[in-house]
Each structure stands twice: as structure tokens, then as C-alpha cells.
Design a protein around this ligand. Structure first.
Ligand SMILES: [Zn+2]
Length: 449
């Protein structure tokens, strides 16, 4: 039932007319889907196969409208007194004697502002706020549905459910799982399913969930910045009843690093205790979308990728080409491309400012560089050409050069970042310069003039 008009939808006045109507009858005012329910369903359904999950979907609205549950609805109405007494045990305000465990959508105004007066076998008589009154056969008209705490156990019985999971809110003492467990026994004579309780999943640094605003972090949002196996790993690596976060802030980098470590443990490249290896390997097997491949996939560092994509002005093809020589096959290339896309999306949508930069074409016009520092850049431009540097050696060289000119390290670093990206700080300097290669050398030459 449509309870509230979400703030993020267009044509809100039009939507207001559909309050209290079935969600499948509410239009999708963006025009993308055939109705509002589908808008929310299809978005998620399209992402599931990418995560290697292939559910069989059962649409409640179709089954109710098709009168598939007529028998089960009658069973609940016949035992409504028992259900009411049971629910009253958990309520401060007891339910009225004439309470029914169903809601009916009026045939005239299509809302559930109705009241069931009585039922006789399959015949139900109701009145509506709009003045409409009618008696109908629930096997012929699918305009009736069970209330939540009866609907859930009914479906366990109808679909022969033997395992059910849900968020912890459903599993509080006297919460819906507790009451449904009893209702399924005495209304449907069915053993309740065994259950798993989930903790909340927190969203760190992303769009906070707000049901009233109609905004939430969706699977698509997460898939924009994480590879499918990392999303699976976040779940597989946490116990169901422990809380964990899906990060959108700078912790994204750490999660990528942690996942890469688990992958290296699986392939024997990172050594851990036997017990830990067994545990992490099982988690890894559950995380990969298909089966683990015969050798370790290429692992481009996410942090490094965020720099490389920016170095190439967000051009993914160029970023992929940068790593070309390290790739062994198409599988490696695919992972790299996907990870590069994720890095690009993260930089564009969520990364803190200190991760973002733009390589300068020329040094900033207003930049004043001290004579001594100019000399360092002149020397550095030459030194960079002399040999193939490692990050570590180049980092050491900065200190040698600073000492030879009597320049404070921090003044040199600040100037270097100003020259390269017109900011006072940025990615780790040595590896950054090596990544930029000729472009950095050109800028240092210009700065030393
Ligand atoms: Zn009505």
C-alpha cells in the first residue's frame, strides 16, 4: 500500500492521488517503469545476476490479484478470534472484537480505507469511506490481502518455507517473527521455518537511508564503486548477526586492500596460519562470482588506479593501457577495466578532496618559487632521466637534494604539488612522479626556469 509520497519523485501532486492504493497501481512518474512497485523491483533484479545471484521471484501482488491465496485467507478469517487474542498479548491497545486480519481495496476508489463487516465462507462484506459497500467472493475477486503478521506465516505455509532470514527488527522479543511462529502453527498447522537474524548494514560516507524521503543506497550504488566479488566478500566475511559497514568514504581503499590480501592468502602468496588460511580460503570461495581461477587474478591497487584514471583525465582506455604490460590475459584485463571504472566513479562521486587532482598543463602563473627550490627541480629533472628509479630510491633522493640546497623538506613537497597539480598536497610524491614520467619532468623544467 502506498503510504507516503517520496520526495525524490517528480509530479508529487499526481502521486498524492494514489495514497492508500496498492503500490502496483501507482504510476512511475519518471516514466521509466510501468509502475512504482516495478521501479523499485526491477532496479534490484537487474543487478542480482551480476553478483552471481539468480533468485526466482514471487510477486505478491500478482498472487493476491489472481486469488491464489483464497483458501489461506479464509483459514485466517475463520480463526480471526484466536489470532486477535494472540496479537493482543503483545499490544498495549487491544484489537477490537470486530477486527479482521485482512484489508480490502475498495472496488470503487481503489484505496484500503475500508472496513470488513462480516464474512461467510468465502464471501466478504465491506464498507468504504467513499460510501461504497459490497459483498464479494474471495475466490473470484483478488481485492483482499492479509495483514503483515498473518501474511508472512501464510506464505511460509503456502510456499513450504523451511528457512527464513530477516533484519533484527523482525526478531525482537514479541516482534513479527515471534508472533508469526505461533500463528503459522495454529492457523495453518505448519512448523515455523528455521531462521537467521541479520544485523544492520551501515553505510559509511554514502547516501543515508531514509524511507520517508524515498532515498536509499541501492545495490547499483554499491556496484558502481565495488567489484561484485568484493560485495560478496563483505557479506561472506561477516557473521550474519554482526554489524558491518559498506564504505563510500576513503575506507573504500582499505576494503579493496583487505580483499586483495584475502585473495593472495587463497593463492598462497600471503602467508598466514593454517587455521586462518582455511577460514579465509572458504570466504574467498564464497566471494568469487563463478569459481576461483587456476591462478591469482591481476590485482591493480585501487589507490594507484584512482591516480592513474585522473592522470588520464578519467579516460578508462588510457588508464587500462597504462597497465598493459602487466596483464596476462583477457580475464586480467576485465578485472582491471572494472576496477578502473569503480575508481573513476569513486573519485567523481564520493572521494574526499585530497584524493582529487588534475595534472597541470603548465605551472600556475602566480606560483613563486624560491631560487634554491628551483635549483632542486632543475637537478631533479636531470636525475629522473638518468636511470629507472624505484619509489623508495626516488623518495630518498628528495631528501638528498633538499639537504644539498639547504631547503626544508616540507617546502619542497609543497612546491612539487603546486607545480604538478596546483594543490599543496596530493598522492605519495615519488610514485606519483614516476607514474607521470615525462609530464612531470616537463613541468619541473618549466619551474626551474
Ligand atoms: Zn471506496
Amino acid at each position: 500500500m502506498f503510504r507516503k509520497v517520496p520526495v525524490n519523485m517528480p509530479k508529487r501532486d499526481e502521486l498524492k492521488r494514489y495514497l492508500r492504493q496498492p503500490i502496483v497501481d501507482v504510476p512511475d512518474t519518471t516514466g521509466e517503469y510501468s509502475n512504482y512497485a516495478e521501479r523499485n523491483e526491477k532496479k534490484m533484479e537487474k543487478d542480482m545476476p551480476l553478483l552471481g545471484i539468480f533468485p526466482e521471484y514471487i510477486y505478491q501482488s500478482k498472487k493476491y490479484r489472481n486469488c491464489d491465496y483464497a483458501e489461506e485467507i479464509k483459514m485466517a478469517m475463520d480463526k480471526k478470534g484466536m489470532i486477535r487474542e494472540h496479537l493482543n498479548k503483545f499490544r498495549k491497545e487491544p484489537l477490537d472484537k470486530d477486527w479482521y486480519p485482512v484489508s480490502v481495496f475498495c472496488e470503487k476508489c481503489n484505496t484500503d480505507a475500508t472496513k470488513v463487516k462480516e464474512h461467510n465462507g468465502y464471501n466478504v462484506t465491506y464498507t468504504c469511506k467513499c460510501g461504497h459497500e459490497d459483498t464479494f467472493d474471495i475466490r473470484e475477486k483478488g481485492i483482499i490481502k492479509l495483514l503483515w503478521r498473518v501474511d508472512w506465516p501464510m506464505r511460509w505455509y503456502y510456499e513450504k518455507v523451511d528457512f527464513e532470514s530477516g533484519g533484527k527488527d523482525h526478531f525482537a522479543a514479541g516482534g513479527s517473527f515471534d508472533t508469526c511462529k505461533d500463528i503459522v502453527k495454529f492457523v495453518y498447522n505448519y512448523e515455523p521455518p528455521s531462521a537467521a537474524r541479520y544485523e544492520w548494514i551501515k553505510i559509511k560516507g554514502g547516501q543515508q537511508f531514509s524511507s520517508s524521503a524515498g532515498v536509499a543506497t541501492t545495490v547499483s550504488d554499491v556496484m558502481e564503486i565495488y567489484e561484485p566479488e568484493i560485495i560478496r566478500w563483505l557479506f561472506a566475511g561477516s557473521r550474519p548477526a554482526t554489524e558491518f559497514s559498506i564504505a563510500f568514504d576513503e575506507e573504500v581503499i582499505k576494503l579493496y586492500e583487505d580483499f586483495d590480501h584475502v585473495e593472495r592468502v587463497y593463492y598462497g602468496e600471503d602467508k598466514v596460519t593454517d587455521k586462518e588460511k582455511k577460514k579465509q580460503s572458504r570466504i574467498y570461495e564464497l566471494s568469487v562470482v563463478d569459481k576461483p581461477r587456476h591462478r591469482i587474478p591481476y590485482q591493480p591497487s585501487f589507490r594507484h588506479l584512482t591516480n592513474v584514471v585522473q592522470m588520464y583525465d578519467m579516460n578508462i582506455d588510457k588508464a587500462v593501457a597504462y597497465y598493459e604490460k602487466d596483464l596476462e590475459d583477457d580475464f586480467d584485463k576485465e578485472r582491471l577495466r572494472l576496477r578502473a571504472m569503480c575508481a573513476k566513479n569513486w573519485i567523481e562521486k564520493y572521494a574526499p578532496d585530497n584524493y582529487k587532482f588534475k595534472i597541470q598543463k603548465n605551472i600556475p602563473v602566480d606560483l613563486v618559487i624560491d631560487k634554491k627550490i628551483k635549483k632542486i627541480f632543475s637537478k631533479l629533472a636531470v636525475r629522473l632521466k638518468e636511470k629507472t628509479w624505484s619509489d623508495k630510491d626516488l623518495h630518498g633522493e628528495f631528501y638528498v637534494l633538499c639537504e644539498s640546497e639547504g631547503v626544508k623538506h616540507k617546502d619542497f613537497f609543497k612546491a612539487a604539488y603546486k607545480i604538478l597539480i596546483n594543490k599543496e598536497q596530493g598522492p605519495k610524491l615519488a610514485s606519483f612522479i614516476l607514474m607521470l614520467g615525462e609530464r612531470a619532468i616537463e613541468l619541473f623544467r618549466e619551474a626551474s626556469r
